[in-house]
Design a protein around this ligand. Structure first.
Ligand code: 5AD
Ligand code: SF4
Length: 469
């Protein structure tokens, strides 16, 4: 089934081959897609180029989720245009969500030679070769089947410890504010055998943490095409991945409150290597807004899911996404979000102002009527509250010991390492001769709202997993 060699999990750097430079914006799924693209291009003879100046091919994997993401990327096109003026032998390809959304509009930009949507990466070698005709090239056909299951992503992150695996593509939810279903197409689940194979190979190559990715992992459902009675759901997939090795951590993202069943929570409770962290985007604390957003759950339903998480997984952390200033949001609606944040006390949150996306249901049906300054004020209130809660939650870890998987040097100093506790909080501590990929036990001594600060307990640094085994 697999046609790529796993010795190529690390990118090939070879300056005798044509050089491709890849820039990635947006979500983890996009990071993983860029790894798929590199795999396809390495097979087609390219080698990864770390700097733009030496590249023959510049690829930008783009994001459309909010207008400011798109504006930032459009600004980069000016830089690429200058690069093309300096050298004649460089081509520029726009990939991903903006490619899908803007299609010919992007192709007509003088900086752009290729436009390729998220389902057309296998076609990239042909698109590149066809440039010799002198014509720009575009493929934005969305697929019902493409999951890139047989392609081994080439990992560009270099940390060699934690890797993403996409388990599904697309989204069927149609939240009214969201552009994703339009740019990534219908939901499809990837063959579990190819997922397990990829995870096993990563473990063999020294990786210690797998992040299973999907827009809505709880609706993962693989039906065997040759025997439709054979099915694998997300809880079962999670278990299969956890069973590969107790020394490999498993994480996943993103869960949807309307679909996250207790089965997943019980599976998490059964396997210590499935990390106790759930990213459960709430988007709003107001039932009126949730209805308008087409989220298909209520505030009460969401709180019930949170209660169930705490009941089955008492030390599980919960993080969220929220949107401030959605169409017609009243001060009362906003206060509902504030009160929900106070009630749930999330460990962390990604917080955004509403940004109208053309052609979404919200753009067609509702007025984007909250003044920008009101959106900003509401967002700032949520951010200030969440920062205080994150700090208070982190302070509760002081004096506690956690298993940490070391990811590498901390940003501040080479003498300090950075890793994560199972609850996904980042932790920094003096290296004491340890290195990336090791499990250590760390006692937390202090913290900020974003980071735990601790020290390795030498006499106890044996991994919790080692103790269990
Ligand atoms: N405006 C603002 N935020 C958005 N998100 C998705 N669409 C929009 C939009 N139009 C946020 C949601 C989602 C996260 C990935 O991005 O909170 O969960
Ligand atoms: Fe990811 Fe959504 Fe941005 Fe596409 S639009 S890159 S799916 S966040």
């Amino acid at each position: 089934m697999r046609d790529n060699n796993y010795h190529s999990v690390k990118p090939l750097l070879d300056n005798k081959r044509p050089q491709v430079y890849i820039e990635t914006y947006g979500c983890q799924m996009n990071v993983n897609d860029s790894e798929v693209v590199l795999s396809i291009l390495q097979k087609a003879g390219y080698s990864l180029c770390p700097n733009i100046e030496d590249a023959n091919l510049i690829l930008v994997n783009t994001c459309s989720i909010r207008d400011n993401a798109e504006q930032r990327i459009l600004g980069r096109l000016d830089v690429f245009r200058l690069e093309k003026k300096k050298r004649t032998n460089v081509k520029v390809g726009i990939l991903g969500c903006m490619a899908e959304r803007l299609k010919d509009e992007l192709l007509s930009n003088p900086a752009v030679d290729i436009v390729a949507g998220p389902d057309s990466y296998r076609d990239l070698p042909r698109l590149i070769a066809s440039l010799s005709s002198g014509e720009k090239q575009i493929n934005t056909i969305l697929s019902q089947e493409e999951t890139y299951a047989d392609i081994s992503p080439v990992r560009m992150d270099q940390n060699g410890v934690s890797a993403y695996i996409s388990i599904m593509r697309g989204c069927n939810n149609v939240c009214s504010y969201c552009v994703v279903p339009y740019v990534r197409g219908a939901e499809r689940s990837r063959d579990p055998k190819s997922i397990i194979h990829e995870a096993k190979e990563l473990f063999k190559n020294g990786y210690k943490e797998i992040n299973l990715l999907g827009q809505n992992v709880d609706s993962y459902l693989w039906v065997d095409p040759s025997n439709p009675t054979k099915k694998v759901n997300f809880a079962q997939l999670l278990e299969l991945v956890a069973l590969i090795s107790p020394k490999m951590r498993v994480r996943f993202s993103t869960s949807h409150p309307k679909d996250m069943g207790n089965g997943v929570l019980y599976t998490m409770a059964m396997y210590p290597n499935i990390c106790n962290h759930i990213h459960l985007p709430v988007q709003s604390g107001s039932n009126a807004m949730l209805e308008k957003m087409n989220r298909k759950y209520t505030r009460e339903g969401y709180l019930e899911r949170v209660a169930k998480i705490h009941e089955i997984l008492p030390d599980c952390s919960i993080t969220t996404d929220v949107i401030a200033g959605f169409c017609s949001e009243t001060d009362r609606d906003h206060q509902d979000t504030i009160s929900l944040f106070k009630e749930v006390r999330f460990d962390n949150a990604f917080m955004f102002q509403y940004s109208e996306r053309p052609n979404t249901k919200a753009a067609r049906k509702f007025k984007d009527d909250i003044p920008p300054e009101v959106k900003t004020a509401r967002l700032n209130e949520i951010i200030a509250l969440q920062n205080a809660i994150s700090l208070e939650n982190n302070q509760k870890t002081i004096g506690q010991k956690y298993e940490v998987l070391i990811e590498g040097a901390s940003k501040r100093s080479d003498e300090e390492l950075m890793g994560r506790i199972p609850q996904n909080k980042a932790c920094v501590f003096p290296a004491k001769g340890h290195k990336a990929g090791e499990y250590v036990t760390v006692r937390i001594n202090s913290c900020t709202s974003a980071t735990l600060i601790g020290e390795i307990i030498e006499e106890e640094h044996k991994s919790l997993l080692d103790k269990i085994l």
